[in-house]
Design a protein around this ligand. Structure first.
Ligand code: SF4
Length: 403
């Protein structure tokens, strides 16, 4: 693990320009939620006037535009965000600004989709780089999920199964969930959502099931820590194997059918990381995101959503030591905001979310200047039928207590 103060003073303090990541191409990547087409001339990342150009374009747009910045975005992009937050908070913020014609979403593709679903028809949602997808969302394609449901039907358990999908999923998966009477959840309200789902099929003590997509770790952690289910109650459906790799008996006995998906950032943290930081920093509080594996969550002191992590550090005692298991851009900003506390990054190697980092200043400048010139670029539009059913699932989430 590295103290974040070390990271701030290292070459990682200035994020590398995006060309080191996935190169932009033409067309769209049909196998994933993201496109890879960039239709415009981006300013060079080395251009010294990028900050000034972004400022001028942002000022020219005024209230016509609203810029959203996810917590995992780079500092130079966050500097232009009108509001920061997690994906759900940002989508709601966008919906609460009907006067804004343009929602510039500095996040990843599924977030822009959710914003498009929750905003009015007169608002347009733009994603500065269409290659900013989410590897977790890409792990559950709609045809795979439809096939999974067929497997549950054949096993005779679909009628007692409620789908629950994490916010971090494509609009088509959210729509599937809405069509089948389920709900969306966030990492903040996953336990409430699972209790609601189980109540629909006989309660936690009954035999009903939840199909949880696409993050197996959030599903498992919530089931074990929040609902008191056991590891034996959980099975993992692998979409790459016939029948998900599960027997009919396994499906019938299961309470939680977990989709085989994970976050490539939070999945990196290990129990070894936790042991190492405890040895290096006596008394350290280990706080991790529920997208981490159950072993890591069990080894940590606290677990909670991005918003919880921020609140926990705000409330922490001066002088206390913390090791955070979440995305590095966020950890660095938390460390900067709390110079009176020791803030460490839990992993021994630096790990940004590479797709989040695709949104950089050149893409933001290009997007804002295009709007000033009267061109809407990289608009994200969800198909009307999917938008309707995804909205049903999102509205169900909004009706849950605690949101
Ligand atoms: S941090 Fe993980 S879940 Fe979030 S956008 Fe990146 S890959 Fe997806």
């Amino acid at each position: 693990m590295w103290p974040v103060s070390t990271l701030l003073n290292s070459s990682f303090a200035e994020p590398a320009p995006s060309p080191a990541l996935l190169l932009l191409g033409q067309g769209a990547d049909l196998a994933s939620e993201r496109g890879v087409e960039c239709t415009g001339e981006l300013p060079p990342a080395s251009s010294p006037d990028l900050v000034e150009r972004a400022r001028v374009a942002r000022e020219a747009l005024g209230d016509r535009a609203f810029v959203l910045g996810h917590h995992y975005q780079r500092d130079d992009v966050i500097a232009f965000a009108d509001v920061t937050g997690d994906s759900f908070k940002l989508a709601r913020e966008a919906a609460a600004r009907p006067e804004a014609e343009f929602i510039v979403f500095c996040g990843v593709h599924f977030m822009a989709e959710s914003a498009d679903i929750l905003t009015s028809d007169t608002q347009q949602v733009l994603l500065p780089d269409l290659a900013a997808g989410c590897s977790m969302a890409d792990m559950a394609a709609i045809d795979q999920v439809e096939e999974c449901w067929d497997v549950l039907v054949d096993a005779g358990v679909a009628h007692e199964t409620v789908p629950v999908t994490y916010m971090n999923s494509t609009a088509s998966i959210k729509a599937f969930t809405g069509r089948h009477g389920g709900t969306v959840c966030t990492s903040s309200n996953a336990e409430v959502a699972l209790r609601w789902a189980f109540d629909r099929v006989g309660g936690i003590d009954g035999s009903g099931k939840v199909l949880f997509m696409p993050d197996q770790h959030l599903g498992r952690n919530t089931a074990l820590l929040g609902l008191g289910l056991t590891a034996d109650d959980c099975v993992v459906f692998d979409p790459r194997k016939p029948g998900g790799g599960l027997s009919v008996d396994q499906l019938r006995d299961a309470r939680m059918i977990l989709w085989r998906g994970h976050c490539s950032v939070h999945g990196r943290f290990s129990v070894r990381n936790v042991h190492d930081i405890r040895a290096a920093v006596p008394g350290v509080n280990v706080l991790v995101h529920p997208e981490c594996t159950n072993e890591v969550v069990e080894a940590a002191d606290y677990v909670g959503s991005t918003e919880y992590i921020i609140r926990r550090l705000d409330a922490a005692e001066p002088g206390s030591a913390w090791a955070l298991g979440t995305e590095l851009n966020l950890v660095r900003r938390i460390a900067q905001a709390h110079p009176d506390k020791q803030v460490h990054y839990l992993d021994s190697t630096v790990c940004f979310c590479s797709t989040m980092n695709r949104i950089d200043l050149p893409h933001l400048v290009w997007t804002l200047e295009s709007l000033v010139a009267g061109r809407v670029v990289n608009q994200v539009v969800v198909d009307a039928d999917d938008a309707h059913w995804a909205r049903v699932a999102l509205d169900q989430m909004l009706a849950l207590p605690g949101l």
